[in-house]
Design a protein around this ligand. Structure first.
Ligand SMILES: *Cc1c(COP(=O)(O)O)cnc(C)c1O
Length: 405
């Protein structure tokens, strides 16, 4: 009789299984040690400014739903109507069988609304940045990127293997000296990439000055307008809208548009190039009808939301003043994104927790998302925050300031 073979006994490596996943353990341990552990926190949306977390109602100062459109009846109705009419999925990629008339009509409307020659939908801003930049650059290209650009932009640059030089944040003198230097080299092309409103700092870049530099040095200008679209610029269509001389603009529908998805505006010819040469457009299923419906409804509303945008901007001005009078820095913020600068990671987490105890959701942003020693609460406002909401936030932060003084 033979013993039944037990793998655990007979396998020579049973006691010492080759740990092919050891890197996972190591990476997690490193994150824990560096106090950089992150975890997902489920929140149930309640209305435009409130969420429920573990049965507690929290006032939300961490969402990008700047106009409260994700809960807007017109968007919900359009998403439902488009689903009923066209189904839940687009069934294929854009080039195969996934371009419906609703995709094309939306692109034409977007181009007009932004005052640009053409527009092309993408599935997310991350996908647009990471694949469009890779399609525009090659190994012989030079990219001049602001020190603080979003990770999705970096991914596209890294994938292209272009040379990247990062200029000091919003320092156009530094950018120009890098451009001058580049003139003595033989790059295939030079591309300037930056954001119009910086996602973690809420400050802006000088679009007209960037246009001038790009023209003077014959560089391609690529602007990420993610946090301005819906909120700033002509009829809320972003700081790059109606701007001749910007070659590529990326906007997202996941933020102020209250939906999902993204778009690129560019020349009609560049749109054709992306349709033919950008894998992030070619090899992915087209946006579903529900999303197209919601975006279309948001786009229709945009010109009518001037009062909301005003309220948002006035609320931000008021909040910055209050925070500054409590002794906090708010960086160079001039928008609805307000960093409450703390510096120390642990203190930032502590304040975030303290605010949560007081019924306020304000997420701590810390390295590696921002530089070491630059930890902050990233406060984002909605046009649906009422004065009493802002007051509640200031009171709670004030109580903490006293507690640590
Ligand atoms: C959010 C964001 C993106 C990504 O957009 P998604 O549509 O959410 O993928 C890109 N760039 C910037 C600056 C962002 O803040």
């Amino acid at each position: 009789m033979t013993e039944p073979i037990s793998l655990s006994q007979s396998h020579p490596l049973a006691d010492h299984p080759p740990s092919k996943m050891a890197f996972v353990n190591r990476a997690l341990a490193e994150r824990r040690e560096a106090q950089q552990w992150r975890s997902l926190q489920p929140l149930t949306p309640v209305d435009a400014v409130q969420v429920r977390k573990n049965d507690r109602l929290l006032l939300n100062f961490s969402a990008n739903d700047y106009l409260g459109l994700s809960k807007q009846p017109a968007l919900i109705e359009a998403a439902q109507r488009y689903t009923a009419q066209y189904g839940t999925g687009a069934t294929a990629s854009r080039l195969v069988a996934g371009t419906y008339p609703i995709h094309q009509q939306l692109e034409e409307k977007l181009a007009i609304a932004c005052g640009r020659e053409a527009a092309l939908l993408f599935n997310t801003g991350f996908q647009a940045n990471s694949s469009v930049l890779a399609a525009l650059l090659d190994r012989q290209s030079l990219v001049l990127g602001d020190r603080l650009i979003h990770n999705s932009l970096l991914q596209g640059i890294l994938a292209s293997r272009a040379r990247l030089i990062r200029y000091r944040h919003n320092d156009l003198t530094h950018l120009e000296s890098a451009l001058k230097q580049a003139m003595t080299q033989s790059y295939s092309r030079i591309l300037i990439v930056t954001e119009t409103v910086f996602s973690m700092d809420g400050d802006r870049s000088d679009v007209s000055a960037l246009v001038q530099l790009a023209q003077q040095y014959n560089a391609i200008l690529y602007l990420d307008d993610a946090h301005a679209v819906g909120v700033l610029g002509p009829e809320g269509m972003g700081l790059a809208a109606q701007q001749a001389g910007v070659d590529v603009v990326v906007g997202t529908f996941g933020k102020a548009f209250g939906a999902f998805g993204a778009f690129v505006t560019c020349s009609a010819q560049l749109r054709e190039y992306l349709i033919n040469c950008c894998p992030g457009l070619i090899y992915t299923t087209a946006l579903p009808p529900a999303v197209i419906g919601a975006i279309d409804a948001a786009l229709n509303l945009m010109p009518q939301l001037e009062a909301d945008r005003q309220r948002l901007s006035q609320g931000a001005d008021w909040l910055r003043k209050q925070l500054q009078s409590l002794g906090y820095g708010t960086g160079a913020s001039s928008t609805h994104i307000i960093p409450l600068m703390i510096g120390d990671e642990e203190k930032t987490l502590q304040l975030s927790q303290q605010l949560e105890d007081a019924g306020i959701l304000a997420i701590a942003i810390r390295p590696p998302t921002v530089a070491k020693g630059a930890s902050r609460l990233r406060l984002t406002l909605s046009s649906h925050h009422r004065p009493q909401h802002l007051n509640q936030l200031v009171q709670a932060i004030g109580a903490f300031a006293e507690a640590i003084a």
